[in-house]
Structures are given as C-alpha cells and as structure tokens.
Design a binder for this molecule. Structure first.
Ligand SMILES: [Zn+2]
Length: 404
C-alpha cells in the first residue's frame, strides 16, 4: 500500500488535504474564528470540498467554519470521504469534538505522503538541534529533555525525571512557545494528569468539578468509542488517558511554555515507551546507541548476531506508522523493532494493519511492546532460517502476525 493518499480516490485525497489545512490553521490561530479572505490553502480546500459535494449530489459547505464542522462530524470511513479502512481508522475524525483541536489521526494523516508536514517539522527541528549540539551525547541529552518536558512552568524546573540543566535549556528553549489561546479555558491551561500534555474538558457545559481540577463526571461515566478510542466529555493530546485522573490546572499560564506541537506529538508522546524499551534492553544486557537522524532510532547490539534497529512510536494509525517506518533510510540497512505501547499494539486490527501495510515493501519490521521487546529480540536471534537477521517467522506460541 502506498502512503500517498492521492492514490486512494477523491475522498481520501480530500481527507488528506483537509488534514493538512486543519493542522496548519490550528497552528496559526486555533480553529475558532476566521475572517475573509481565508488563507489560500484553506480556500483551495473549501473549493475542492464544494466540487466534491456537487459531483455527488450533496449539499456543499458554504464557508470555512462549516467545512471545519464537517471535520468534527464526518469520520474517515463515512459516506463523505470513504477513506479505505486499510489506510485510516473508519471512525476517526480530523477535529476532536471536545478539544476542538486536530486529532492525532489528523496530524498523522497530515504527515503522510509527499506533502506531509507535521512530523516532518519535528524531524527538521531535531536535525537542526543535532547539528547545533555537535556531538551525539549532547544531542541525546537535549532530545531526552524535550521528550520528558512537554510543558515547562516555573516549578517544573525542580521536577522531572532528570535534574534541570541550564546548559541543555539554553540549547532547546527556542523549541518552546507561549501557550496558544486555543488551549486556554477561562484563562486557565489544563495539563493531563497522566501524559502531561494539554487537555480540555467539554466547552459546551463546563463542569464544576473539572474546573476545580477534579475528574469530569461525564468522562468518568463515558465509555470510549470502540472505533476511535475517544472518551466523551474531555480531551487531552494523547487521546488515550484514563478518564478519572484529574487535570493539573495552570492558572497563570503566562509563565508556562509548551514544546512545539509537532515535537509534543511525535517525540514527547512516545517518550515513556522509548524509556521503557531502553530500560528493558539495559536489564537484558543489550547495547543501544542513538542514531541522530529522523525522530530518533537506536542501533541495538547484543540482541542478535547482527545489528538491528529500534524506534519507539505511539501512533493511532498503524498503516501510516508502517509507511513512516518504511520511509526511514535505516529500515533498508537492517530489521527494525517498532516499539509501541502495549494497549495500542493489542487493539483490534492494529498489528494486522501494520503488517499489511509493509507487505509489498523491502522493509523488515516487527511491531512489539516494551514488555515483549526482549523476548521478540531473543526469539528472532535463534531463528535457524535467518541466522543473521532478527526478523523471523512466528515464535512457537504462534500468535503473532508481524511482517516478516
Ligand atoms: Zn493525557
């Protein structure tokens, strides 16, 4: 399967174009108010959406706000877009109905194909940082700082997994920005109590307990949508966090800085997964060395007779993840262990979609979890059919369907 959505029909191409527009508009002004003339790219997407509707006998959107309301209401697999389920989760929308922000699916779609831009921005920023650092060790410290600290307030300098480093901060502070207005509610910034990323409770009916930092009662009751995993009533950038963990409220957000959104989503979100994966390798006595390219990949030694690679990812769309893995140059040099959070990897259809998306590529990649990483590496090492390659047929338990 190609990662280029244009090859999947008009509706898919429109969905991808809207994803890029939504991501760009959200980065500039949020998604709340627009005046004429619209940004050129948004006007072009509106024109295409109108033609798309007229060709199908549907009522077209009359304005950019109406087009954006589509992006909250019409899922990828619905009759409007008909994006193939092999490419994007059918229930996913581009704008979260509670957060009124681009969904993670939106940002992943906006990073796919030759016109992709969000993940690409994160890669560019990291490449510039690596060049400025001059050494892999210095870059690794800076990258770890960014992954561990998606938001920085005054007191955060004394918290965190590692001690505050002024030298590192001076290198990375340009990658942080003031809290955008769109993330404030009543001049207060909410940070998710689990992932630490920006969060919002439902705007339409602000709940007293949520405003005080307590759990949103509707969210406690609400069950996640089975096709999207979304929970009603509250939103955080991870989209996956438990509903009963209180938000941390920052009432003076003028003293808080947020990591650039592309780095929050593509570096900080998978940070805990990467941390757990490296800890598992350490416990197993395997070596790992950061390759300062792309979002970051590790060369792993001691887990097989030849070098293999490891990358940690936390993506909602497995087919788009597979496409990004296949696009990394290292993937042609050796097998890649793609470590993803356990609950996501075990979600219905996730492994199968990842596997199917790599089927016709030369890339050898294994989807695994921090908990299963070492077992997978060891299983692969002893495979008699491929003694120099840690990719392998299914282990004896025979339940895995990773690409081989
Ligand atoms: Zn969260």
């Amino acid at each position: 399967m190609t990662p280029d959505p244009k090859s999947h029909g008009d509706g898919t191409a429109l969905f991808a174009e809207l994803a890029r527009v939504v991501a760009a508009l959200a980065a500039q002004d949020g998604l709340r108010s627009f005046s004429l003339p619209y940004p050129r790219e948004a006007q072009r997407a509106l024109d295409r959406a109108v033609l798309h509707c007229l060709d199908r006998g549907r009522t077209p959107p009359r304005s950019l706000p109406e087009l954006l309301s589509w992006c909250r209401e019409h899922p990828a697999g619905g009759p409007l877009f008909r994006v193939p389920a092999a490419l994007v989760s059918p229930g996913a929308t581009l704008i979260d109905p509670v957060g009124h922000m681009p969904t993670r699916t939106c940002l992943e779609v906006a990073s796919s194909g030759p016109e992709g831009r969000v993940e690409q921005e994160a890669v560019r920023l990291l490449a510039e940082l690596a060049a400025a650092c001059g050494s892999v060790d210095a870059y690794e410290r800076c990258r770890r700082f960014l992954a561990n600290r998606p938001a920085i307030g005054q007191r955060d300098r004394f918290a965190g997994r590692e001690p505050w480093s002024t030298a590192v901060w001076n290198r990375v502070r340009h990658l942080y920005e003031a809290v955008p207005e769109a993330l404030l509610h009543r001049r207060t910034l909410a940070l998710c109590g689990t992932c630490g990323l920006p969060a919002l409770a439902a705007r339409e009916k602000p709940r007293a307990s949520a405003a005080r930092g307590g759990p949103d009662p509707s969210a406690v009751r609400g069950a996640p949508d089975p096709s999207t995993g979304h929970r009603p009533g509250r939103w955080c950038e991870s989209e996956d966090c438990p509903p009963d963990v209180p938000f941390r409220l920052v009432r003076d957000p003028g003293h808080t800085l947020l990591l650039r959104r592309s780095l929050r989503v593509f570096l900080a979100l998978p940070g805990p997964t990467e941390h757990a994966a490296l800890a598992a390798l350490d416990r197993a006595g395997a070596g790992h060395e950061l390759i300062p390219a792309g979002l970051g990949m590790y060369r792993v030694t001691g887990a097989g007779p030849r070098v293999c690679f490891l990358r940690a990812d936390d993506r909602r769309e497995p087919a788009l993840l597979a496409a990004r893995v296949a696009a990394s140059p290292e993937a042609l040099d050796g097998p890649v262990l793609v470590v993803t959070p356990g609950p996501r990897a075990e979600r219905d259809g996730y492994r199968a979609a990842f596997t199917a998306a790599l089927r016709d590529t030369p890339v050898r990649a294994v989807l695994t979890t921090p908990e299963d990483l070492v077992r997978r590496a060891r299983t692969l090492r002893v495979t008699p059919d491929a003694p120099d390659c840690p990719d392998a047929p299914n282990p004896p338990s025979g339940t895995e369907t990773d690409h081989a």
